[in-house]
Design a protein around this ligand. Structure first.
Ligand SMILES: NC(=O)C1=CN([C@@H]2O[C@H](COP(=O)(O)OP(=O)(O)OC[C@H]3O[C@@H](n4cnc5c(N)ncnc54)[C@H](OP(=O)(O)O)[C@@H]3O)[C@@H](O)[C@H]2O)C=CC1
Ligand SMILES: O=C(O)C1=N[C@H](C(=O)O)C[C@H](O)C1
Length: 236
């Protein structure tokens, strides 16, 4: 229970979605949180890119913090988020699990240490059959961690097919597998001369994203306007 004894009231933008339901279940099992039927203290959006403008408008007009877990966002969406973050606190997380937040740090460090000329990076992800976007938001986020570690922009190779595909140093290859009920697998492969380093995360259920979303909401409550990430939640 929080020190002021008041549960944090969460408003779910898409309560009927898979993640909306997982977050409601996690909040129901934790007396620090309750689901609000009105505006709540924090708005949580796990929905679809087409809905982002609506969730931003709702959060800005109610002057409440917003957690954006939706993936498949483009540069236009990120510009809208940056604009709204001048007014309210917004945390954008393509993956709210604590394990992936740490994985991004580890990937950044590996990319900093392993020379780009010798070590190729491939990111492989697997998800359930209902997933709408590919590569996953997490895979793209981990690719950004590689770029930060290497201090350079890297060409994206989004699925190879055909001939004449010899690899260029510095590019990042992405491969997406879809099927069944896979909650979310991510492998970041550093492929070097005579050795391989593979940094992996396995989501065993959506509950990990839901618990991470609660941690992110708790973090956001009371923060000044600005743009935040899961790195701020885990600290370090
Ligand atoms: N950050 C993270 O850790 C995670 C992120 N995700 C991401 O969260 C998002 C949702 O995933 P998931 O819950 O599995 O998807 P679902 O398809 O189960 O749920 C999406 C929900 O959003 C609603 N929605 C879709 N479009 C709109 C719209 N234009 N306006 C209002 N509501 C809308 C849907 O309502 P309706 O059915 O009526 O259209 C539905 O309730 C995806 O982008 C996914 O990649 C998923 C898991 C973890
Ligand atoms: O749609 C999903 O399910 C997931 N989406 C996120 C993503 O695109 O990375 C996070 C998680 O892997 C599950």
């Amino acid at each position: 229970m929080r020190t002021d004894q008041q549960p944090l009231r969460l408003s779910l933008f898409a309560p009927d979605g898979r993640m909306g339901q997982a977050i409601a279940d996690a909040a129901g099992a934790d007396d620090e949180f309750e689901i609000a039927s009105d505006h709540g203290d924090v708005l949580i959006d796990f929905s679809a890119p087409a809905a982002l403008r609506q969730s931003l408008d709702r959060a800005v007009s109610a002057a409440v913090p917003l957690l954006v877990g939706t993936t498949g966002l483009d540069e236009g969406h990120h510009e809208l988020i940056r604009e709204a973050s001048r007014t309210i606190p917004i945390l954008v997380a393509p993956n709210t699990s604590l394990g992936v937040a740490l994985l991004a740090d580890l990937v950044e460090r590996a990319a900093r240490v392993l020379p780009t000329a010798d070590w190729d990076v491939e990111i492989v992800e697997a998800h359930h059959r209902h997933k709408a976007d590919a590569p996953s938001g997490t895979a793209l986020h981990l690719g950004k961690s590689v770029e930060i570690g290497r201090s350079m922009d890297c060409k994206e190779e989004l699925g190879r097919s055909g001939v004449g595909l010899k690899r260029e140093p510095g590019e990042i290859g992405y491969a997406a597998v879809r099927g069944g009920t896979v909650a979310g697998d991510h492998d970041v492969m550093f492929l070097g001369p005579d050795e391989r380093l593979v940094l992996s995360h396995r989501a065993e259920s959506r509950a990990i994203f839901a618990r991470g979303a609660l941690a992110a909401a708790r973090f956001l409550h009371g923060k000044p306007a600005g743009l935040y990430s899961m790195r701020d939640v885990i600290g370090g």
